[in-house]
Design a protein around this ligand. Structure first.
Ligand code: F6P
Length: 501
């Protein structure tokens, strides 16, 4: 494919200079390799992106037909060809076909009306929400509520995803069944874990003496007819479009618990922040386009320098769920071995994403980052303004630690003692939010979505399908069927027997 070949040729021939050299050669490197967007500073200067590579971005973007691909995505044309449909999450924030944008807006009003009804007492006294969903139907709402609702949260929100009964026990321990609403979030409304947990929630309500347990349920889904079959009244179903992928769905009705807990206007600010990034990725020149520069850096490390992973560390407790949210976004989107045309992908797909929170991670996994043999580009995400009630020294030290790690990874420290030698020249990107609020979080998450999309375009793959998860689901069903079990391999049969299943 021409676009893949172009990207490969550009990256393959890119000269990779040590970071110290890149800084020495260009006194303006920080300004050149940094950008501001929606109250966020993105600093790519400690990556191995050379000015000559950035200069090639406009040509690379054209050769990869990225402007056309973005136009398709943001206008609601078909962007997911293997499933023959658009990817309409941008319509939730105003970019898409006029029909999709209008439908999203009217569904948002439906969500607002339900929130108003809860607030007006239509469900009696409500103190908490048990939000049940998994993958994209859980990770986004959990992140939003955890990130933005620490100081002020109008309702207690528990997000339950795992089928493990212990997860259920833990989720309900602080909820009062008499004053809890249960939101069942599933795009397909067929996901086994979610339906099992929904049944358990009904039992939990009934056993506590709630008379109309079904009357406490809200469904959030792209398959409203299945929610009705489950027994949920049509008036309590919040629909969203089939063309909104699970890992891109927090902007849609899936964000209901966040909109309820944080307030509807906060949710609208989240959408506004994302919309600013939609506009940026569509209109900024390639050499200033922040998601594209980030994607280029991702391809440089994965393609040219063989990095198999990249790590994200949130230097802010409010963003502790960001790495797991991004794992689904990146790995479910770009963990593919075929191109959009079905040919074998002859390059590494997206790197494995992992991470944690700083400073905790410094005392656990940073040894490998500083001295291990693996190349693992690191991303620091930090917030300039504190949000705690402690001595300002806490936040100051938190930020200084983040910056010190980036500096140390880059500079290293030579020692005659090999065990004490730090080679340095290890790359990092720093993303610094001035403050964390709904708007900046929306912008940050949209930045990551577009970075993932730009990387998919440079790779020539479709980021919007996820057939790779289907086999495991099929086999999980088959393994519970005694007749089909006989055809399983001896190791699996022995394990089933050992566990007494
Ligand atoms: O199994 C993967 C997946 O399909 C994700 O893509 C999705 O976010 C998740 O399961 C949950 O699916 P649903 O919202 O249909 O329950």
């Amino acid at each position: 494919m021409p676009l893949t070949q172009t990207a490969q040729a550009v990256l393959g021939s890119a000269e990779v200079q040590p970071l110290a050299r890149l800084f020495a050669d260009d006194p303006d490197r920080v300004a050149r390799l940094s950008g501001e967007l929606a109250g966020i500073t993105f600093d790519f200067s400690k990556t191995h992106l050379a000015p000559s590579l950035i200069d090639q971005l406009p040509g690379l973007s054209e050769a990869a037909e990225l402007p056309d691909a973005l136009d398709r995505l943001l206008s609601g044309a078909i962007a997911n060809p293997t499933e023959g449909r658009a990817a309409e999450h941008p319509a939730e924030r105003g970019s898409g076909s006029p029909d999709a944008v209008q439908l999203s807006a009217s569904r948002r009003q439906r969500k607002r009306a339900l929130i108003d009804a809860v607030e007006a007492g239509a469900f009696g006294d409500v103190t908490g929400i048990l939000h049940i969903g998994i993958g994209g139907s859980a990770l986004g709402p959990a992140l939003l509520v955890d990130a933005l609702g620490r100081r002020e949260r109008r309702y207690k929100v528990e997000v339950l995803s795992n089928i493990d009964g212990q997860a259920f026990d833990a989720a309900v321990v602080d909820l009062d069944p008499a004053t809890t609403l249960v939101a069942i979030a599933s795009k397909t409304f067929t996901t086994a874990e979610t339906l099992r947990n929904a049944e358990a929630a009904l039992e939990w309500l009934s056993e506590a003496g709630v008379e109309d347990a079904y009357g406490r349920l809200i469904a959030i889904t792209a398959a409203p007819e299945r929610a009705v079959d489950f027994g949920i009244d049509e008036t309590r179903i919040l629909p969203f479009a089939e063309s909104v992928g699970g890992r891109y769905s927090l902007w849609s009705a899936i964000g209901f618990p966040a909109a309820l807990a944080l307030g509807f206007s906060a949710f609208e600010e989240l959408l506004d922040g994302a919309s600013e990034v939609d506009e940026h990725v569509r209109t900024a020149p390639a050499e200033k386009n922040l998601p594209l520069i980030a994607a280029l850096s991702d391809r440089l490390y994965a393609d040219r320098l063989g990095a198999e992973t990249r790590a994200i560390f949130a230097y802010d407790e409010r963003l502790r769920l960001l790495p797991s949210y991004l794992q689904q976004l990146v790995m479910e989107s770009n963990g593919k071995a075929v191109t959009i045309n079905g040919a074998a992908l002859e390059r590494p797909s997206s790197a494995i994403l992992w991470g944690g929170t700083g400073t905790d991670a410094q005392h656990a996994v940073f040894q490998l980052l500083h001295q291990g043999t693996h190349l693992a580009p690191v991303e620091f995400v930090a917030v300039a303004e504190a949000n705690d009630e402690q001595d300002p020294a806490h936040h100051r030290e938190l930020l200084l630690n983040a910056f010190a790690q980036g500096a140390a990874l880059m500079s290293g420290r030579a020692s005659d003692d090999p065990a004490r030698n730090y080679p340095g020249d290890r790359p990092s990107t720093t993303i610094l939010l001035q403050r964390l609020d709904a708007r900046t979080l929306g912008a940050l998450l949209a930045f990551y979505e577009h970075r993932t999309f730009c990387e998919a375009v440079l790779l020539g793959i479709n980021p919007f399908d996820q057939f790779g998860v289907e086999l495991g689901k099929d086999i999980a069903r088959a393994i519970d069927d005694p007749e089909q079990r006989a055809s399983f391999d001896p190791s699996t049969r022995a394990l089933i027997e050992k566990a007494g299943l």
